[in-house]
Design a protein around this ligand. Structure first.
Ligand code: BGC
Length: 414
């Protein structure tokens, strides 16, 4: 349609009162927790593409994943849903579909053949009852270890490849007056550190078995005992100002060299890039020390509230289309620190850490899923975060007590 006739059409709608619906059809309120500098820059790429295709974007940022998810769900339950909301694919999103709260975008996914473009694990996790309920944009890894190379040099330590090496390195860093671990002291960040230790000490099969079975014997096992001992031994290597700290502030400590290491998802790399540092240069990346190689994945997506039945509105369908566009996947992920969800987009221009992620994922044995939103029901995920945080922040709780408390919390929640 030519520009002048579009304007005429809008004017006509405005005068007849039909306008609201027609214009509204291309408007999407987008509720998300991408509030850090790099997250906003990455999200800006999606917005730009959506607007270039005629969409109107109403931005609703809510700081903190837990807060944003609660807001999205409360809005749906209260009958005032945001059309589009950020979520990770997996079990917890399916719980919302189970309650009839979501629109599905299966028609557009079928037309665009998403099944062939996304890895099978993502295809499965983005569907409910065989139909797509979300548009995945990336793969993040949660078991990364970022480090300031100069800090390591100053203390005369190498990049550790086992947790016992890490303890030795951390002691030397501390003796040299450098904070060994920049930790954001919020339950979900403490859990990310814990899961890296769990994977590192127990190995990938143990991690997978634990979270897929939630079995009491596994939770009470000697291996789990070692995990808690190792995790507890990290406590002295975190500074006193950790409680409440945001993840991106912790990343900044590593960029500046105030802290040597951060154990965090590769959204931290987004902040490193946004600070003008090429990942792998002054700030290095490696997978957290582990007895075997694995990648704890979490996949960001937009999901769609049921606005008027299960069919998507035109704006929701447009957003689903935009999220999977190759150029959007490339531009978004380069700023976000993640790698594209689509297998067929060229990723050779991505940084060295992304190349390591891509190479690692080529072996399906490395594929693990996050307990955040992907792999376990919401009640279990909450229990994991709460009991880990409780243990981490209780000076007097022994590793044995921590393990037992974790076992009980999971048994109760499952
Ligand atoms: C999301 C990331 C986000 C991070 C911190 C994670 O749950 O997957 O995309 O950057 O939270 O906000």
């Amino acid at each position: 349609m030519k520009e002048f006739s579009k304007v005429a059409l809008v004017a006509a709608f405005l005068s007849t009162g039909v306008s609201a619906g027609a214009l509204h059809a291309q408007t999407a309120e987008v509720l998300h927790w991408w509030t850090s500098g790099s997250e906003q820059a990455a999200l800006g790429e999606v917005r730009k593409a959506f607007e270039a295709q005629g969409g109107t974007w109403v931005d609703t940022p809510v700081a903190g994943g837990g807060n944003a998810r609660a807001a999205a769900v409360n809005r749906m339950l209260g009958g005032d849903p945001a059309a589009v909301f950020q979520f990770s694919i997996g079990q917890q999103l399916r719980e919302l579909a189970d309650q009839g709260l979501l629109a599905n975008v299966d028609q557009i996914a079928t037309e665009e053949n998403w099944d062939d473009k996304l890895p099978p694990l993502i295809v499965k996790a983005a569907k409910y009852d065989g139909e797509y309920i979300a548009a995945p944009i990336n793969i993040h890894g949660e078991n990364w270890m970022f480090f300031n190379k100069q800090a390591l040099e100053e203390a005369g330590v190498e990049v550790p490849t086992s947790w016992s090496d890490f303890m030795t390195a951390a002691q030397k860093l501390q003796d040299a007056g450098i904070i060994p671990i920049g930790l954001g002291g919020q339950p979900w960040q403490e859990r990310i550190l814990f899961n890296s230790v769990l994977l590192g000490v127990g190995g990938r099969d143990f991690y997978a078995e634990l979270y897929s079975t939630l079995d009491d014997d596994v939770l009470a096992s000697d291996t789990m005992g070692k995990v808690f001992e190792t995790f507890a031994a990290l406590k002295p290597f975190v500074d006193e100002s950790s409680p409440g700290r945001n993840w991106n502030e912790a990343t900044n400590m590593v960029i500046k060299g105030d802290a040597a290491f951060q154990f965090m998802g590769d959204w931290a790399k987004g902040e490193i890039i946004a600070a003008g540092v090429e990942p792998g240069t002054t700030v290095g990346c490696a997978l957290a020390p582990a007895i075997d190689t694995a990648y704890i994945m979490t996949v960001d997506a937009f999901a769609f509230s049921a606005m008027d039945g299960q069919d998507p509105t035109p704006a929701q369908a447009k957003m689903a289309h935009v999220m999977l566009e190759p150029d959007v996947q490339i531009a978004f992920n380069k700023k976000k620190g993640s790698i594209p969800a689509r297998l067929d987009v060229p990723a050779n221009s991505f940084d060295a850490c992304a190349q390591l992620a891509i190479k690692t994922l080529q072996d399906p044995k490395t594929h693990l899923v996050s307990t955040g939103l992907f792999g376990v029901p919401s009640a279990v995920s909450g229990a994991v975060d709460d009991s880990i945080s409780n243990f981490w922040n209780s000076a007097d709780m022994s590793p044995e007590e921590g393990q037992e408390q974790f076992r009980q919390a999971i048994s109760y929640a499952k």
